[in-house]
Design a protein around this ligand. Structure first.
Ligand SMILES: C[S@@+](CC[C@H](N)C(=O)[O-])C[C@H]1O[C@@H](n2cnc3c(N)ncnc32)[C@H](O)[C@@H]1O
Length: 278
């Protein structure tokens, strides 16, 4: 059975399923064999694939919502195993190191980051001389491009991602721009008193973990004044991603400003709502 019919099967069951390629056939067997056997198969997968597959299955089964499956996910998985990936933005070649095995989601470039870089390069928002913060920067690609486009950029992520992030940022940033860049830890919702509002807030593929939504929203509110422009690029994979946008709409005006059909990535632009709009 090829992946198209797999998808159709699960759409019919009220959702769709994403599986590691080695598991797509085995997943069907789950319904004919027992769960223990399925878990044995999962155990034979390499570390990250095992973690991702078992976590998404367990999480989605407990919530009775299945993980979206599409061909891009599978090709994305292969791409994540490359130790580096190269882009050209703002007339600069940017070579990003990746380390999916050690650091997972924070150490690979997501399509949302590439689409946001294209949007910025096309002049989607003026960054020249503006203070910019990137949240959940991962490899830092978006922050690097924002600095190349003239922003004074603070690139942030969780503590565990710092070393890798710094190395990617400073390996790629021209020396003469280093004074306009800083790389700092920012765990959403934590230590926000160390940060003041920025002109521009950027985030690529950071709407994905429901348990972080309140803290992410709190962070966006804290980092914005009524002049701040927020750009969030994302693939809308689950209903909960839409729910986050609804949570944002209580505090911000949120507009879809771009959709990349090939990569299935949206960009939303948001501004803090003025008191009288409430
Ligand atoms: C899917 S990755 C996207 C990485 C990068 N923006 C990109 O698009 O290539 C999500 C990022 O959010 C970061 N992240 C997740 N939870 C976070 C939290 N509570 N505080 C700060 N960053 C977080 C992860 O470390 C990771 O770098």
């Amino acid at each position: 059975m090829h992946s198209g019919s797999l998808q159709a099967l699960w759409v019919g069951a009220g959702g769709t399923v994403m599986l590691h390629p080695q598991l797509s056939v085995h997943f069907l067997k789950l319904f004919f064999l027992n769960i223990a056997q399925f878990l044995n198969i999962v155990r034979t997968l390499p570390g990250p694939a095992k973690k991702m597959t078992s976590m998404s299955l367990l999480y989605e089964f407990t919530k009775m919502a299945l993980v979206p499956y599409d061909g891009q996910v599978l090709s994305g998985l292969k791409r994540f195993h490359n130790s580096s990936t190269t882009y050209t933005f703002s007339n600069h070649t940017i070579r990003i190191k990746q380390d999916w095995k050690e650091l997972g989601v924070a150490a690979v470039v997501w399509d949302a980051a590439v689409v946001l870089c294209m949007y910025l390069e096309a002049g989607g928002v003026n960054l020249q001389g503006r203070s910019v913060i990137e949240l959940g920067a991962g490899t830092g690609l978006v922050g690097i491009v924002a600095a190349l486009l003239g922003g004074d950029v603070t690139v942030t992520d969780r503590d565990m991602a710092m070393e890798f992030l710094k190395s990617n940022v400073y390996d790629n940033l021209p020396k003469e721009l280093e004074h306009r860049m800083s790389v700092k830890p920012l765990n959403w919702g934590v230590g926000l008193e160390n940060y003041s509002p920025f002109d521009v807030i950027l985030g690529a593929d950071i709407i994905y973990l429901e348990e972080t939504f309140q803290d992410l929203l709190k962070t966006l509110i804290h980092l914005s004044s009524e002049h701040t422009v927020i750009l969030l690029s994302c693939r809308l994979r689950y209903q909960r991603d839409h729910n986050f946008l609804d949570m944002m709409r209580k505090h911000f005006t949120v507009d879809q400003v771009h959709y990349d059909k090939n990569l299935d990535v949206y960009i939303f632009k948001a501004w803090k709502r003025l008191r009288e709009e409430f």
